[in-house]
Design a protein around this ligand. Structure first.
Ligand code: NOJ
Ligand code: MG
Length: 686
């Protein structure tokens, strides 16, 4: 609008911008003339500045008034003061908001990463689901079953190797790290699987095998023929062709870890099968190539890596004999890893530098928002637990998010509450402060826990896994209590079993039991499956257990869903309460939250009555939220007499104002301390 066009002013302002008081007060003046549509010889703005005088101050401000009118009002005290008050109020509010935001950020505990918020589910791809009827599982098969993970509320899936491989060690002997083995499918199948997983909110963890390749790998062939670049890609040494034992080192699969190669006329080292030559990580070109492979898969979008057999990555260069465990044993009888102290073949100086270099490369990909890439290391250090702990990142140098914790694999060794506590505490008391624990009760290398501990202990062990602090690992089939198969010597597939049938890992690798159809729904083909299906599949299968709300599967699902929604369970305090020959009891609580969980679990062989009356923190009567013996769910016990049967686990939910952890500091652990503020429903550092 422009008052310069005096004749059209009223039309341009329109009805809604007219100010009646303006017209009234100015009825004899030039504005009235403009409002009435009379023409004026002078431009309106000029008239306003020259003639308006005092009468403009009597009119009311109105929307659309020209600047000159506005300025007259704006200097009046009532407008100036209001304006200043509003200005300072805005400044104060902005500062307060910035202050609150900084305080909230500074006081907020970190969010849990995806690798902390869900169990890691291990898929052994040969055995999970066969989509093309050849009797061997494949990537398309896994893709068909993704809803199983959603059903269980599992978000992280580790898939054992599916690289191109001659399958001497079923994929842990890699011929080409950039290709998919045709048994498992194509690269396209992989990409579709990954895309589908991401669409469903699932993360994919690849297996990465840095220690060795297959002897069919291109690098090995070029190394044998002394190609200048590849000549030192493997660990070669001179040896006697007829007695190829440069020293007493032994393979994990038994016998000497040296094999003579006729092409090169030297011996090469293999800490596993002779078809798995060890790479020479003292050669920086090896590291460079391996990093390129890691990047290749990160570029494809994978979410993390499980690093295989890491303690074997470096060996001592001096190649001296390792000390015998029994110095009197004749050297020719020294054939297994248990016969030697593996001082020169494992955990060598420089190993952690290599892993940290891998980690740094992986971390470069974590910088994309919301795309954290995870790393877990596999190393069995048995009674040298401190060696395992060294794989955890420190505050200055990043390494593993966590090293796998294999100690619970030992649960069957002694069926008692004290032993369960001892194994849990072995990790908790050695773990560096503030780190995130994890728990494994089975994998493709160890007998299934349901067989080794007995089927009656499956539920209590799953309950333990899902209520301890940290990340649980679930080997496929553990969620339904699958058991080892029996196989005859002629059925043995595993190379370790061919060396010594008692070492065969086939029994824990049988096909997943989906339903009671042919081949347990694992494979619809007429071909036999690569390992036999367990005969119990007709009753023990996913479909049957989905129909039964008392099943192992139903309990797993209930606990895993509860865990993700309940602060005490997913990031709260963990406190030991009691342990005896039968029972192991602990609690999970969260500061600021009245609700807490008490676990009373019978790992023994006898029924037990547990008396917790000496703890004033617990209410007099305790109600069971879920028992592994379904009929006891909902039951109430006085705290002096909590009854459990062998293999029974109770989860008791209770409410209290008194926290347990302040009074039992030596017995309690938390990864990152946080408190809950109920009235605004937030967490803060405390
Ligand atoms: C550990 C794997 O879990 C096992 O299956 C394999 O045989 C060895 N590493 C060698 O890669
Ligand atoms: Mg090695």
């Amino acid at each position: 609008m422009s008052l310069g066009k005096s004749s059209g002013a009223s039309v341009e302002m329109g009805e809604c911008t007219r100010n009646p008081s303006y017209r009234e007060a100015d009825s004899d003046g030039p504005a009235a003339a403009a409002a009435a549509g009379r023409s004026s010889p002078e431009p309106a703005a000029k008239r306003l500045s020259s003639d308006a005088g005092q009468e403009y101050l009597q009119i009311q401000p109105y929307a659309g008034m020209p600047k000159e009118v506005l300025l007259r009002y704006s200097s009046q005290a009532r407008y100036r003061v209001t304006r200043e008050v509003l200005f300072w109020l805005t400044v104060a509010c902005t500062l307060a908001l910035v202050g609150i935001t900084i305080a909230v950020i500074a006081l907020s505990p970190g969010c849990l990463g995806w690798w902390q918020g869900s169990p890691v589910y291990q898929v052994y791809p040969r055995s999970f689901k066969d989509s093309d009827g050849d009797g061997i599982g494949d990537l398309r098969g896994i893709r068909q079953q993704l809803d199983h993970f959603l059903y269980l509320n599992i978000k992280s899936v580790w898939i054992s190797p599916f690289y191109r491989s001659p399958m001497k060690d079923f994929g842990y002997d890699v011929e080409d790290f950039r290709e998919i083995d045709p048994i498992f499918g194509t690269m396209h199948d992989f990409e579709e699987l990954l895309a589908d997983m991401h669409n469903k909110g699932l993360k994919l963890i690849m297996d990465f095998i840095p220690n060795h390749t297959s002897d069919r790998h291109r690098w090995f062939n070029l190394s044998r023929t002394r190609d200048p670049y590849y000549e030192n890609f493997y660990v070669w040494t001179n040896c006697n062709a007829t007695h190829p034992k440069p020293n007493n080192w032994v393979s994990i699969f038994g016998n000497s870890s040296w094999t003579y190669d006729e092409v090169r006329g030297q011996c090469y080292l293999h800490q596993f099968l002779k078809e798995q030559p060890d790479l020479n990580f003292r050669n920086p070109d090896v590291m460079k190539e391996m990093i390129d492979i890691v990047k290749f898969w990160l570029d494809k979008g994978v979410d993390g890596f499980r690093m295989d057999a890491v303690k074997h990555i470096l060996e001592a260069e001096h190649l001296r004999d390792e000390p015998q465990v029994d110095p009197n044993k004749p050297p020719e009888l020294v054939t297994t890893e248990w016969d030697l102290h593996s001082d020169y073949t494992t955990s060598q100086v420089g190993l952690h530098d290599l892993l940290r270099t891998f980690r740094a490369e992986i971390d470069n990909y974590s910088r994309e928002p919301g795309r954290y890439r995870f790393m877990v290391t596999e190393s069995y250090d048995y009674d040298e637990v401190w060696k395992t702990m060294m794989y955890y990142s420190t505050s200055l140098v990043r390494e593993s998010d966590f090293p796998f914790n294999f100690y619970l694999l030992d649960l069957p060794h002694n069926k008692s509450g004290l032993w369960a506590k001892e194994l849990v505490n072995l990790w908790m008391s050695n773990m560096p402060k503030g780190k995130w624990p994890n728990w494994v009760v089975g994998n493709h290398d160890r007998p299934r826990i349901s067989t080794s501990a007995g089927p009656d202990k499956v539920r209590v062990i799953n309950m333990l896994l899902l209520t301890l602090p940290g990340t649980a690992t679930t080997y496929y089939g553990e969620e339904i209590g699958m058991q080892n198969i029996n196989i005859t010597d002629s059925q043995i597939q595993d190379p370790a079993g061919k060396y010594n049938s008692s070492l065969s890992r086939d029994p824990e690798r049988s096909p997943m039991q989906w339903n009671d159809d042919v081949n347990a729904g694992f494979s619809s083909g007429a071909n036999s499956t690569w390992l036999p299906v367990h005969p119990n599949y007709r009753t023990l299968n996913v479909e049957a257990q989905m129909q039964d709300d008392t099943s192992v599967l139903a309990q797993y699902r209930f606990l895993n869903r509860l865990r993700s929604s309940e602060l005490p369970l997913n990031r709260g305090w963990f406190c030991y309460v009691h342990a005896d020959a039968q029972v192991f009891s602990y609690l999970r609580e969260f500061d600021g939250l009245q609700r807490a969980y008490l676990m009373v679990m019978n790992f023994g062989e006898k029924s037990a009555v547990t008396d917790l009356s000496s703890f004033p923190e617990f209410p007099e009567r305790l109600k069971v939220l879920i028992s592994t013996s379904h009929q006891n769910s909902g039951r109430e016990f006085p705290k002096s007499q909590i009854l459990t049967e062998p293999g029974e686990g109770l989860m008791i939910r209770y409410s209290t104002d008194t926290r347990f952890n302040p009074n039992h500091q030596g017995e309690c652990y938390i990864s990152e301390k946080a408190c809950y503020l109920e009235f605004i429903d937030i967490l803060y550092k405390c």
